[in-house]
Design a protein around this ligand. Structure first.
Ligand code: PLP
Length: 401
């Protein structure tokens, strides 16, 4: 006898069967080695081209040592929510260092980027308010808007004028308006039109929120993201959200902005209130990671060189390389089954490149999402390009030979 009622069983098996039929069944595979550009999976070593560890910090020896040292000093768990008794000096020191790096008044830490986005959107907006966001924003921003109960409008990808039209279409009695965009889009790799969005937000009196998950550490002076990349002042965007799980190589997230906004989030962002604080040792090691993110210009220089090498090679082979100057370099394939087959063929040749399929991306736009790291060697990228050249013909994915 199963504890799952019969009334549920048909739905559960139908849901899984439909995923199998459409080639959309998702399942994690496990690593036997640290996260790095070479990883061991099921006993085999692979070149890894699907991680968001853009600066090669996830297994950085200096960070490993800093974490071990921090655990000895401050223990493992936080033991409580930050507003009860879980807020350690290490959390405060990290928040201060992040605020200093970004040139903002203050920072609120979150458990991860998903929670940060949920907390910011549902904390700042509610019934009677409006959230206007890019059609291709990350799932967590969509979920945050839905959870908020605010009126929710989406605009054509990266089109600031479309965003402005959406804002202008709102009833005049809606005063609290959020304009929300990814800084760098997670499945496309392109950069938001930040300067235009800033102008639209100002004209329409909307509060602009940028999700810098793939921008912090990767673009901008000292890795300060899309605002710096656009040549704007630090305070041009009201609120910026960053994850600590990507270029920082650790775990956690934060929202950065003026004190009045962050203090309000501390009162209203439920995912920051009703949850255990990050382990203080993680906060400590993240402060060390920040010094690498900020000061290791050589990591960003390597990453840029890798991006240029990969793009030039893939374009020369005729792949539909999406327009991106960032670490995310997707090859658009279209058909889901073909994308899965290409990913599997690359795996057989020793390369881990994920197939990104609906519903993560729109129907008919499945892609191989190649992500590059500063830690990839030119030889590893050349190996990947050789494998892609082999496959290009077999799978008829290229426009011209
Ligand atoms: C990964 C990601 C998040 C979520 O961050 P986590 O810390 O992994 O939860 C949020 N927004 C974007 C754009 C992302 O790519």
């Amino acid at each position: 006898m199963s504890a799952v009622p019969t009334s549920w069983q048909a739905w559960l098996s139908d849901t899984l069967a439909a995923r199998d039929r459409d080639g959309l069944r998702r399942q994690p595979v496990h690593l036997d080695s640290p996260q790095a550009v070479r990883v061991q999976r099921d006993g085999r070593w692979l070149d890894n081209f699907c991680s968001n560890d853009y600066l090669g910090l996830a297994a950085e020896p200096a960070l490993q040592a800093a974490l071990i040292d921090a655990v000895r000093r401050v223990g493992v768990g936080a033991g409580s929510a930050s507003l009860v008794c879980g807020h350690h000096h290490e959390h405060a020191a990290l928040a201060e260092a992040l605020a200093d790096w970004l040139g903002v008044e203050t920072v609120l830490l979150f458990g991860n980027g998903y929670l940060a986005n949920l907390g910011v959107l549902a904390g700042l907006a509610g019934r009677g308010d409006a959230i206007v966001q890019d059609r291709l924003n990350h799932a967590s921003l969509i979920d945050g808007a839905i959870a908020s109960g605010a009126k929710h409008l989406r605009y054509a990808h990266a089109e600031a004028l479309a965003a402005e039209q959406r804002l202008m279409s709102l009833p005049e009695n809606i005063h609290k308006r959020l304009l929300v965009s990814d800084g760098v889009f997670s499945m496309d790799g392109d950069i938001a039109p930040v300067a235009e969005l800033v102008a639209v937000a100002e004209r329409q009196q909307a509060l602009l929120v940028l999700d810098e998950a793939h921008a912090f550490g990767v673009i901008g002076e000292a890795g300060r993201g899309s605002v710096s990349h656009a040549g704007l002042r630090d305070d041009a965007v009201a609120l910026r959200i960053g994850t600590l799980g990507k270029a920082f190589g650790v775990y956690g997230a934060f929202a950065a902005g003026p004190k009045v906004l962050i203090d309000t989030l501390q009162q209203l962002a439920r995912p920051a209130i009703y949850t255990t604080a990050l382990p203080p040792a993680l906060a400590a090691v993240t402060r060390v990671a920040l010094t690498h993110v900020r000061d290791d210009h050589w990591r960003r220089a390597n990453l840029q060189a890798n991006i240029i090498q990969f793009r030039a090679g893939a374009l020369a082979q005729g792949w539909d390389v999406m327009a991106s100057d960032t670490a995310i370099q997707p090859l658009l394939i279209g058909d889901t089954a073909r994308t899965n087959a290409l990913s599997a063929a690359l795996l057989a040749r020793g390369f881990w490149v994920s197939s990104i399929r609906p519903p993560t991306v729109p129907n008919g736009s499945a892609r191989l999402r190649v992500t590059l790291s500063s830690a990839h060697t030119p030889e590893a990228i050349a190996r990947l390009l050789d494998a892609l050249a082999d496959l290009a013909m077999d799978y008829a994915c290229v426009s011209s030979p």
